[in-house]
Design a protein around this ligand. Structure first.
Ligand SMILES: C[S@@+](CC[C@H](N)C(=O)[O-])C[C@H]1O[C@@H](n2cnc3c(N)ncnc32)[C@H](O)[C@@H]1O
Length: 245
């Protein structure tokens, strides 16, 4: 099974429940919404790439008068998004090939999702393409230079490959089936791969994009803190790139 099939068929069953129940609407996510809200005027057309169920971002913006569009690879999540948010114009699609015309959105954003894409550079190209000149493209990444992120990633890789851990995982799956709780996962797919910030810098250079800002999620209060030195980002779990097209 490849990662895209995993995201469509397995992860979506987990995410449809976990999004609201487990993660809620965090302070960090609110700060991302306020940031966009300050820069982009209401009534504008905005696109959420990998929208999931539409909660919390699409929901936040639709309630404030934006024309929200959304795309996600998982049909289950798009069905739920339509049910929960009648005003969001969402559809099933792959972030690597956005089915919108050039220069269409005032803002294109993507949060909590870049680690799940096979080809993030292609997604960035697409986000830039569909955004109007002077519009905003904003996305966050899980920082692959951060110790905690690396540890979690290595743990996930071990869990998928090590035979003993695999046995534990299978036992857990049987527990999930018996208790009818959670989503059993028999695959060896590593679905979440953190990103090196340098890779984004290099891609933006290739695209000749000069107008961009880099923020981090502050470790103290989850606020967005501006940082412009790629070499000093290792302490931060999340890095946010804001591009002006
Ligand atoms: C962790 S969820 C985050 C969803 C939403 N952004 C949020 O914060 O609630 C990751 C999302 O990425 C979507 N996804 C993964 N690969 C994708 C792709 N290639 N194209 C579109 N969506 C994708 C998944 O289906 C899932 O909804």
């Amino acid at each position: 099974m490849n990662r895209k099939t995993y995201m469509k068929n397995i992860y979506s069953k987990y995410w449809i429940v976990a999004r609201k129940k487990k993660y809620g609407f965090s302070e960090y996510e609110k700060n991302l919404c306020y940031y966009i809200g300050e820069k982009i005027s209401k009534e504008s057309k905005i696109l959420e790439v990998a929208i999931g169920t539409g909660f919390p971002f699409g929901d936040f913006f639709q309630n404030r008068g934006y024309k929200v569009y959304g795309v996600d690879i998982a049909p289950l999540l798009i069905e739920e998004c339509k049910k929960l948010n009648v005003k969001i114009n969402c559809k099933v699609g792959d972030a690597e090939n956005l089915d919108y015309r050039d220069n269409f959105f005032s803002c294109t954003y993507c949060f909590n999702s870049t680690s799940y894409f096979d080809d993030l550079c292609k997604v960035i190209d697409e986000m830039v393409r569909v955004t109007i000149p002077n519009g905003m493209i904003i996305f966050d990444i899980q920082n692959r230079n951060n110790k905690e992120i690396i540890q979690n990633y290595n743990k996930m890789c071990l869990e998928k490959s090590d035979q003993i851990r695999k046995l534990f995982r299978y036992a857990k799956n049987f527990g999930k089936i018996i208790l009818r709780k959670g989503v059993p996962d028999w695959t060896n797919v590593i679905h979440e791969i953190p990103i090196y910030p340098k890779m984004i810098y290099q891609h933006l250079t290739r695209l000749n994009i000069k107008h961009f800002k880099v923020f981090v999620k502050s470790n103290e209060n989850a606020k967005l803190e501006i940082k412009n030195e790629v070499d000093f980002l290792d302490n931060y779990l999340k890095i946010i790139f804001v591009i002006t097209k």
